[in-house]
Write a protein that binds this ligand. Structure first.
Ligand code: NAP
Length: 341
């Protein structure tokens, strides 16, 4: 294997605003030989996630930036080809973080978990049964805490985080209101995922529709997007409402603060007078819950109590375009790149 070549996608330039295809570069490279403690992986599935936009920026965030010329970061479902680590054997299918490339040599310690090819579809370990599903699970468990009869609102509701938030909320006896972009996604959220209500954030009267859909106000707003969805939600939040701040995808390509008056004093006054809990989190803050999540979500999926949709793109070379589109709502379900036929 040491003389074989593989393909990878590196960060070619830091985007200004929305990423462009030229910000990525496809390269071939010689596959390195694993050393003691390492494994050689062949990647079968690559996950594309909104957080990757943040990794393309320089500067401080909750995780280090990808350097220019470095392989783009990303979760993978991979097969162990060669192992110099006692825990892994050739042929094992594993959840890894091997990046936008067909092959990788990584430390055996870095592999997240072994996957059962006879169990759930292995690529669900990148979506509903992986990081995005865990984000929904942990954010609700630790911050949202939906109660029977409460109203839970979430946007990006056809994506892996939002879809899972609404369905878990319903398992807790809450009412789920999902927000998505366009009639097809709205129909999917309502009819296939079974949310109580689904609304299109692109509608001119979206704020009025949301108010009508939440006659008893909002008890949990699981914040995935920001922007005008948040503006419509804020006046509807009940006393003691909880707002897990998970993501702000409407703003990831922003290059400047929004124009208009400073709204921070109004926001802080609302937090104060309505006794709101607004808490940002990164899913791994709650990693102690992960084994429980894998077990419980696995059961829900096998029982058909949680449903999900995948949007599969074939071929590593198509990852940049798919990723750019996701930030604009062009994906419909968990966005995955299939790297092997
Ligand atoms: N905190 C954490 O640890 C953590 C972990 C995972 C994910 N996240 C965050 O969770 C959120 C959802 O992630 P995901 O993987 O499930 O993504 P996703 O839903 O598959 O993709 C992002 C979706 O955001 C929606 N969107 C984009 N611009 C929007 C706008 N201006 N207004 C409203 N919606 C907009 C689009 O859906 P529509 O077409 O329906 O609008 C798009 O499909 C993201 O913000 C992500 O960064 C956070």
């Amino acid at each position: 294997m040491g003389n074989s070549t593989a393909t990878r996608i590196v960060l070619a330039a830091r985007p200004q605003g929305a990423p462009r295809p030229e910000d990525f570069r496809v390269e071939t490279f010689q596959i390195p030989v694993p050393r003691n403690g390492q494994v050689l992986l062949r990647n079968h599935w690559l996950s594309l996630d909104p957080y990757m936009r943040g990794r393309m920026n320089a500067g401080r965030s909750y995780a280090a930036a990808v350097g220019i010329g470095e392989v783009m970061d990303g979760g993978t479902v991979s097969e162990v080809v060669q192992s110099l680590h006692p825990a892994w054997s050739p042929g094992d299918l594993v959840l890894a973080h091997a990046g936008w490339q067909t092959h990788a040599v990584v430390d055996g310690e870095s592999l997240r978990r072994k996957l059962d090819p006879a169990g759930l579809p292995v690529q669900t370990a990148l979506g509903v049964h992986g990081m995005p599903g865990f984000t929904a699970y942990a954010g609700l468990h630790e911050i949202g805490k939906p109660q029977h009869g409460e109203t839970v609102v979430v946007a990006a509701a056809s994506g892996p985080v939002g879809a899972t938030v609404g369905q878990i909320a319903q398992l807790h006896g809450a009412r789920a209101v999902g927000i998505a972009g366009g009639p097809d996604k709205v129909a999917h959220v309502r009819d296939d995922l079974g949310f109580d209500v689904a609304l299109d954030h692109r509608a001119d009267d979206f704020a009025e529709q949301l108010a009508a859909a939440c006659p008893d106000g909002i008890d949990v707003y699981f914040e995935n997007v920001g922007g005008k969805v948040f503006d419509a939600v804020l006046p509807l939040l009940n006393d003691f409402a909880r707002v897990p701040v998970c993501g702000l995808v409407a703003h990831y390509n922003d290059t400047a603060p929004p124009s208009g008056p400073d709204r921070v004093p109004h926001l802080m006054a609302t937090i104060l007078t309505r006794h709101l809990t607004v808490r940002g989190f990164i899913q791994r803050d709650f990693i102690a819950l992960y084994p429980e999540f894998v077990r419980e979500m696995g059961q829900w999926l096998r029982d058909g109590r949680i449903r999900y949709r995948e949007d599969v793109v074939d071929g590593l070379e198509n990852a940049p375009t798919a990723f750019i589109g996701m930030l604009d709502g062009k994906n419909f379900g968990k966005l995955l790149v299939r790297l092997s036929a």
